[in-house]
Design a protein around this ligand. Structure first.
Ligand SMILES: Nc1ncnc2c1ncn2[C@@H]1O[C@H](COP(=O)(O)OP(=O)(O)OP(=O)(O)O)[C@@H](O)[C@H]1O
Ligand SMILES: [Mg+2]
Length: 270
């Protein structure tokens, strides 16, 4: 397959267990999924199922026990530097200003131009961080840090963006603004995105496809195509088909959560 027709990301039969002292904790069980070129794909699944671990595998931070990761048709299993990544914990460098944190990925690729710096400032203003360009991360709230980390991923040059619950620390109104805004930028630029969220409505609003993960060890339970045409507007969240999909996804999630709780109450943390 050549670069143009190959999917942005293909995960093929990835499994991973963590070995601790005398026990083995299976976390990913034979996961296969695809993000096509310019597709917005989400993963939802119970807490502790293995979603962040999968992103670590994709980003080359964790080696899988089995399976492969391919990007644009080339195998990249275990390799770093291929994705623009926003980890679940914002992970800003405390000694760098907000602006320098946002520009980090560009800096790694060479000197930062004046245009790039001006562009970063414009984006900071758009996400409500005007006036904080020269501030250091510890002087910002958790939600503000999350927005800065999100911008850093957005402005990174790699084509595939992997976002791990990017809006979880935001209040409902800011979250809704950020969703609206992400939807607009994505519809303009069509970058390939793999997005993790616990929020079913957010996944339905933004995604072209949603993978539903089981409780640990995570397996793909369902892959659903989200049929609503683009450009999407928030009104779509009131459509009967949207509400029906939301009910179905909520039911699957509740079922998985019940299984997870039952396993924990059974005295097994495995
Ligand atoms: N480096 C590690 N060593 C040992 N166990 C780990 C390691 N990383 C993750 N785990 C375990 O793997 C399981 C899955 O963790 P992971 O962070 O992938 O879950 P998650 O689906 O992202 O959860 P959440 O929705 O709460 O973020 C957890 O039980 C966690 O304790
Ligand atoms: Mg996680």
């Amino acid at each position: 397959m050549n670069k143009k027709t190959a999917p942005a990301l293909e995960i093929v039969s990835v499994s991973k267990s963590f070995k601790e002292k005398r026990r083995t904790l299976p976390v990913l069980s034979d996961i296969s999924l695809t993000v096509g070129q310019g597709e917005f794909v989400s993963i939802i699944g119970p807490s502790g199922s293995g979603k962040s671990t999968l992103l670590h595998v994709i980003g080359g931070l964790t080696r899988p026990d089995a399976g492969t990761v391919r990007m644009n048709g080339a195998e990249v299993t275990g390799q770093q530097g291929h994705i623009s990544y926003m980890p679940q914990q914002p992970a800003l460098f405390p000694w760098r200003t907000i602006e320098d944190n946002v520009l980090l990925a560009q800096e790694v690729h060479g000197p930062v131009s004046r245009e790039a710096r001006e562009d970063a400032r414009r984006w900071l203003a758009k996400v409500g961080l005007a006036g904080f360009e020269k501030a250091h991360p510890h002087t910002l709230s958790g939600g503000m840090q999350q927005r800065a980390a999100f911008l850093r991923a957005l402005l990174s040059p790699q084509e595939l963006m992997c976002l791990d619950e990017p809006f979880s620390a935001l209040d409902a109104l800011t979250r809704s603004d950020m969703q609206r805004w992400l939807l607009d930028i994505w519809e303009e630029n069509r970058r390939s995105v793999l997005f993790i969220t616990h929020n079913i409505e957010e996944a339905l609003l933004l995604s072209s496809r949603i993978y539903v993960f089981s409780s640990r060890p995570a397996a793909v339970l369902h892959a659903i195509d989200v049929p609503f045409p683009r450009p999407r507007r928030e009104e779509v969240t009131e459509a009967p088909e949207f509400l029906q999909l939301k009910r179905q996804l909520s039911e699957w999630m509740r079922e998985e959560q019940r299984k997870m709780q039952a396993a924990q109450q059974g005295g097994s943390r495995q």
